[in-house]
Write a protein that binds this ligand. Structure first.
Ligand code: ZN
Ligand code: ZN
Length: 394
């Protein structure tokens, strides 16, 4: 028994959630009479690759294609029309959701997940000082609801530009979240907008249910390029431009993205439960550098901190400096070097935070004067262009 129901090869067993799903599909009315559904007793034959050249099941792929053809006809899809087989797989699927074979994450088969291009559009919108972290694999409706929650009604004026995509006319709806969500659900998603993607692509008849076994969450392992574009879109920390910040931007952005993607549900540094985000121990807005080192903070702790350093933060930054790391940007370095040794408790740490913030305001007004006088080339010499070029290229 145990032998016949083991799935996957040594060291790479399939996720239990996925095996439960296989059992559900293989015994579901919809897929009855699937050719060669079971081998050796009750073991499900999930995969039917087209390249088997010998053996008892070498024709399984071909036989299943025939099954799909009959299925298509039974639901009035012409098996000679474009994408007939993937349309059939989507239409007959009993739940339109499936778990990932590798990690078990359940994702929708509909086009509900923002693509990296969508996230780039989102990154371009200026939302003042608010920090909005993009959750990987959040559905479009959840994302829109969260945008309205964080940024209020101004979100509605951005929606037509955000959702715009080939062949779909985005209407000018009222500033009403239920109206927008209902349009997105009923009109937008079913048209499979190019700016969104499904949780898994169809590949019938290669797999029993007609879909790739790895969902988008784990496609990266098989499809490296794609995941890297995705990660990059999550991680552009715009504040490094805003505050004329020094540092190793690439490494810091990459780490920040990984924290968001994989550690967002860990405990906060102060022991609270998540969700948490990556917080710079030395705040960028006080002139500290963008370095690949963060602490996890829950939302309440994050807003309580609000660019105020504690004694613990200052002590930590002084220790990091002893290892020859640059913790502070050039424009704030002198001030930090003069004052840091006087910080002995939370009160003095807070005072230093205020001095550094005032220094940034002074810096900005000096830059503004230079800009007003039209000396843009001179101004650009202060930007960390070496970082931004590398950053933009890859
Ligand atoms: Zn996965
Ligand atoms: Zn906390």
């Amino acid at each position: 028994m145990s032998k016949s129901t083991e799935y996957g090869s040594k060291g790479q067993s399939w996720h239990p959630e996925f095996i439960r799903y296989m059992e559900f599909i293989a015994t579901h009315e919809t897929y009855k009479e699937m050719p060669d559904a079971f081998t050796q007793g009750d073991k499900i034959q999930w995969e039917a690759p087209s390249n088997r050249s010998s053996g008892k099941y070498k024709d399984t792929h071909h036989k299943r294609r025939e099954w799909w053809r009959r299925k298509a006809i039974s639901i009035n899809i012409d098996p000679n029309s474009a994408e007939w087989i993937s349309r059939t797989a989507k239409q007959i699927h009993p739940t339109r959701k499936k778990p990932c074979k590798r990690c078990g994450m359940i994702m929708e088969l509909r086009y509900v997940y923002p693509s990296s291009n969508f996230l780039k559009r989102l990154n371009k919108i200026e939302y003042n000082e608010e920090v909005f972290s993009i959750e990987p694999f959040e559905t479009i409706t959840d994302l829109v609801a969260r945008l309205v929650d964080v940024f209020g009604d101004s979100t509605f004026s951005h929606l037509p530009a955000l959702l715009q995509t080939n062949g779909i006319l985005v209407p000018n709806l009222e500033r009403s979240l239920p109206d927008w969500l209902s349009w997105i659900e009923k009109e937008y998603i079913p048209q499979e907008p190019r700016i969104l993607s499904p949780g898994a692509m169809s590949n019938a008849p290669d797999r029993f249910d007609g879909f790739h076994s790895f969902n988008q969450c784990c496609r990266s392992k098989a499809d490296k390029g794609r995941s890297q574009t995705n990660l990059k879109a999550y991680t552009t920390d715009r504040r490094v431009f805003e505050y004329w910040t020094e540092g190793n931007w690439i490494a810091a952005d990459r780490l920040m993205g990984q924290i968001r993607a994989y550690f967002g549900n860990e405990l906060c540094s102060n022991g609270h439960s998540g969700p948490c985000s990556a917080d710079h121990i030395g705040p960028l807005s006080l002139g500290f550098t963008h370095r690949p080192e963060f602490q996890l903070l829950c939302n309440p702790c994050n807003s309580a901190k609000n660019n105020r350093m504690s004694l613990k933060d200052v002590v930590h930054l002084r220790e990091v400096e002893l290892k020859n790391e640059t913790v502070i940007s050039w424009h704030s370095k002198e001030l930090w070097d003069q004052c840091k040794k006087y910080v002995s408790d939370d009160e003095t740490a807070l005072r230093l935070s205020k001095i550094l913030r005032d220094n940034r305001h002074t810096l900005m007004s000096v830059f503004q004067k230079i800009a007003d006088a039209g000396h843009f080339t001179f101004l650009s010499t202060f930007l960390e262009l070496a970082h931004s070029l590398k950053f933009g290229a890859s």
